[in-house]
Design a protein around this ligand. Structure first.
Ligand code: DGJ
Length: 538
């Protein structure tokens, strides 16, 4: 049993935010954002992630304009959606594109990172107090405005503080203030935290560099990775101070997202990803130095299972609930939910999902189905994540079947439309009696949730599930375990219903299925069936 920290709540209850993130420029006005809201509805989502821009809310120093923020609040309420606002400010993807013009044009006052060749780059320095104070003030003003306009409705459920922070163009700041830090002893609190943990990426880098005890400078303690780790420490502290100032005004959950360093072909801080972001190797530093962030969230894009799981493993920790503010919205979402207790998921660039008539583009149909399935099952996720009762099945390339070990039962999931058993599904769900070519197979994916010994819930697509009692020595002595008659020998089906969860989270059966619709065809479900409930007996 894992205790899941549900960072997101609505009306005091745990909430599973599901939806998408708008394209970068969609938050500037109502006309731009409307399409994003509409797509979230098509996705069956409950929340839109959308940016709020420092350059827009503070066009003149000290003069705030929250017109665009108010428009977002109004649209979200009209669409009955929640919002996660993304604070595009000091950092957006490792540069400073979203800072106001009065900051961009005054590098003397708002110091930039100096790269190794002595030139400044398009990135505000985290070592410059003036930068921090200016960003902090604007963020606190945003929080104050939200508190005034939204405290009662709580349309905004969380804030992302910066976007994929870090430095693109250098591993660290080589300016005089930063250089002085680099040449000074690593803060004793950081050394103490490493010692206390005694394991992990930061600890290993320290050990590899010789494990020098406290008193050493950054390069003495961390070798060639010192520049990146010092940047992480400095940027984490900067973001934490902004979050702290915001929370002091309006206590909303806050987090930061990460441009991940892992990519199979090339990985270099400051070049292939922003140096100083909360990447896997620097995550501990953020956990130690940014206590006002409720979580650190990887933008987990890999659609291969290995790449996805590597990130999920590293960012789902007791001290860090796993949340993906940006993802590919693919089958890995099911894996994240079942195996890593994912507490919310978003697809980046929702506007791309539909065509000019706001119809789902064929190439995005599978993604919409994924969100539809998950959205139907949210009450089950909130109840059973962390209990070991949620199981994902995913049809990897060419996989025909997957075995799922359940409590006292086995689920045999057969993938595809090709009827390996007797027939298709039902008249509403294609295949019929026609044998399909392998190339027609739709990748199967979904969840089996076993609520009790004889109570199962199923969401997904492109699959048939055959439930059997798990073999035990006594059962194995029963008549031969052959064909699907084994279902009869090792367990019976009492009822199969298609249904949905009502607003109070109670299951409502909409349609009973029996006879030809279950016999030998297995238990199958498609997104438009909602949630299948299966009751069994012996
Ligand atoms: C990740 C960023 O966080 C987003 O704002 C956007 O730029 C995407 N990358 C583009 O793929």
């Amino acid at each position: 049993m894992t205790d899941i920290k549900r960072v997101f709540t609505v009306d005091g209850h745990p909430f599973f935010p599901l939806g998408g993130q708008s394209c970068n420029s969609s938050g500037y006005n109502e006309k731009e954002s409307e399409r994003a809201f509409e797509v979230i509805k098509l996705l069956h989502g409950n929340t839109l992630e959308i940016p709020v821009y420092w350059d827009q809310v503070e066009p003149v120093e000290g003069k705030y304009d929250f017109t665009a923020v108010d428009a977002l609040l109004a649209s979200a309420r009209r669409h009955e959606l929640k919002l996660i606002l993304l604070w595009f400010a000091t950092w957006k993807n490792g540069n400073m594109d979203y800072v106001p013009a009065w900051v961009k044009t005054n590098p003397k006052r708002f110091k930039r990172v100096i790269s190794q060749n002595g030139k400044d780059i398009w990135n505000l320095s985290s070592h410059c107090k003036t930068n921090l104070e200016a960003d902090k003030k604007a963020f606190a003003a945003l929080c104050k405005h939200l508190k005034a306009k939204d405290n009662a409705d709580r349309t905004v459920i969380s804030l992302q503080v910066q976007n994929e922070p870090g430095i693109i163009g250098s591993d660290r700041d080589y300016g005089p203030e930063a250089q002085a830090v680099f040449d000074s002893p690593v803060p004793a609190a950081l050394v103490a935290a490493m010692k206390k943990k005694g394991t992990g990426f930061v600890y290993d880098i320290w050990q590899k560099a010789g494990g020098k005890k406290s008193g050493g400078t950054w390069p003495e303690l961390f070798g060639w990775e010192a520049g990146e780790l010092m940047s992480a420490w400095s940027i984490a502290g900067y973001i934490d101070a902004i979050a702290e100032a915001g929370k002091a005004v309006y206590d909303l959950p806050m987090f930061v997202n990460v441009w991940m360093m892992e990519q199979p072909w090339w990985s270099l801080p400051g070049e292939s990803y922003p140096s100083g972001g909360a990447v896997t190797k620097a995550l501990d530093i953020y956990k130690w130095c940014a206590p006002h962030l409720d979580l650190i969230a990887p933008d987990n894009y890999p659609d291969d299972s290995r790449g996805y799981e590597y990130n999920a493993i590293n960012y789902s920790r007791d001290d860090n609930p796993y949340f993906t503010p940006e993802s590919a919205g693919d089958q890995n979402m099911f894996r994240g939910i079942a195996d890593y207790n994912l507490i919310g998921n978003f697809f980046f660039g929702v506007e791309y999902i539909v065509d000019e008539n706001c119809q789902v583009r064929p190439e995005y149909q599978a993604l919409v189905e994924n969100f539809h399935c998950i959205s139907s099952a949210i009450p089950l996720l909130l109840k059973y994540q962390g209990t070991g009762k949620i199981h994902a099945f995913i049809q990897e390339f060419k996989l025909l079947a997957q075995r799922v070990d359940l409590d006292g039962w086995l689920g045999v999931v057969e993938f595809g439309e090709k009827p390996t058993r007797w027939a298709g599904k039902d008249w509403r769900h294609n295949a019929g009696w026609v044998w399909k070519e392998q190339t027609d197979l739709k990748r199967g994916r979904g969840l089996i949730i076993q609520a009790a010994e004889h109570e199962f819930y199923l969401v997904g697509t492109g699959c048939r599930v055959f439930l059997r009692r798990a073999p035990t020595p006594e059962k194995m002595q029963a008549p031969a375990l052959v064909s699907d008659w084994a279902t009869k020998i090792f367990g019976y089906i009492v009822s199969v219903d298609e249904g949905h969860f009502d607003k109070k989270g109670k299951y409502v059966a909409d349609r009973r299925r029996n006879g030809d619709e279950i016999f030998r065809r297995g238990l199958w479900v498609e997104p438009d069936n909602g949630v299948l409930r299966v009751i069994t007996c012996d």
